[in-house]
Design a protein around this ligand. Structure first.
Ligand SMILES: [Zn+2]
Length: 305
């Protein structure tokens, strides 16, 4: 069986940045579900987890997960799934719940700076050639290369490079925050909306405090990223023993220590984005997941026009 990884479902037509930042429209989401259901048995995450824990995985079962706690999960994904009698799991970052005014995910900060910059090229100390920013496509390509590079750098270096990119793009932080506040697609769920999902039968899980690459953190920061998030979710909602999803989640981002820290923090299951089926032999803190686009491609499934 498979657990598919999605991020955000949005109203209206996604723009070119959205399409490369894991946002899909309600129509695309419905089409995705139809396509999966044509070949597999769509199940709720609650059923998926029960089958996993009871050691009776169904090879035909596919369940859904949503990372980062965006509002679109509550507003657009949950109603579509409810019509089909399905629940899912949402992995959330406690400090971002409810959109605190001065807080923004670092990957969104980069995206918005690439969207708004007036620069037509970007030169940074950690990349040999300058990035061309004259067209949307080249901007998106530059953003993707920068994001990919930064998430595999040791944390102090990542933070310095992140600041350098923002400085070079020249978009002031208050402008980035204003832009983020201007569109629902950037917003996260409020605590009440997370409770509402749980009332619908959804599972809520932890996705760390600040969404940094766990394999790149020093030991004390690693323990805090995982442990503080678990404690914050317990303090806010009273929930313990929740599943966990590693930010980014490829082998290079997960590393060797984080699975042990997750287990020690009381998470019974932890999900990577290392593709593959969840079978009886899967290690509980290195469970596979598969990005929805990769799943469509690998299974040779197409979205309906
Ligand atoms: Zn994430």
């Amino acid at each position: 069986m498979h657990l598919v990884c999605l991020h955000n479902v949005i109203a209206g037509q996604p723009d070119e940045f959205d399409g490369k930042c894991s946002r899909i429209s309600v129509r695309e989401f419905g089409s995705f579900l139809d396509s999966v259901a044509s070949r597999f048995r769509l199940v709720g995450y609650s059923d998926y987890q029960a089958m996993l824990l009871e050691g009776r995985p169904d090879p035909e079962a596919v369940a859904l997960s949503f990372d980062d706690g965006f509002l679109g999960v509550h507003d657009h994904a949950a109603p579509v799934l409810a019509e089909r009698g399905l629940d899912a799991v949402a992995f959330v970052n406690p400090p971002f719940i409810g959109n605190p005014p001065d807080r923004i995910f670092h990957f969104l900060e980069l995206e918005i700076a690439f969207r708004l910059t007036a620069c037509d090229r970007l030169s940074v100390s950690f990349w040999d050639a300058a990035f061309d920013l004259t067209e949307i496509r080249s901007r998106i390509a530059a953003m993707k290369r920068v994001k990919k590079l930064l998430k595999t750098r040791p944390e102090a270096e990542r933070a310095a490079c992140h600041a350098e990119v923002l400085g070079a793009l020249g978009v002031p932080r208050d402008e980035i925050l204003r832009h983020a506040a201007s569109a629902a697609k950037y917003r996260t769920m409020e605590a009440g909306q997370i409770r509402a999902l749980r009332d619908l039968g959804w599972t809520i899980g932890s996705h760390t405090m600040s969404h940094r690459t766990l394999s790149m953190l020093p030991e004390d920061a690693l323990a805090a990223e995982i442990g503080d998030a678990a404690r914050a979710l317990e303090a806010e909602f009273g929930w313990t023993g929740l599943p966990f999803a590693y930010p980014y989640g490829a082998e290079i981002h997960v590393g060797t220590r984080p699975p042990q820290v997750c287990a020690a923090a009381g998470h019974p299951l932890a999900f990577t984005t290392i593709p593959g089926p969840s079978d009886a032999a899967a290690a509980p803190h290195l469970l596979p997941r598969i990005d929805y686009k990769v799943f469509l491609r690998d299974q040779d499934l197409a979205l309906a026009a």
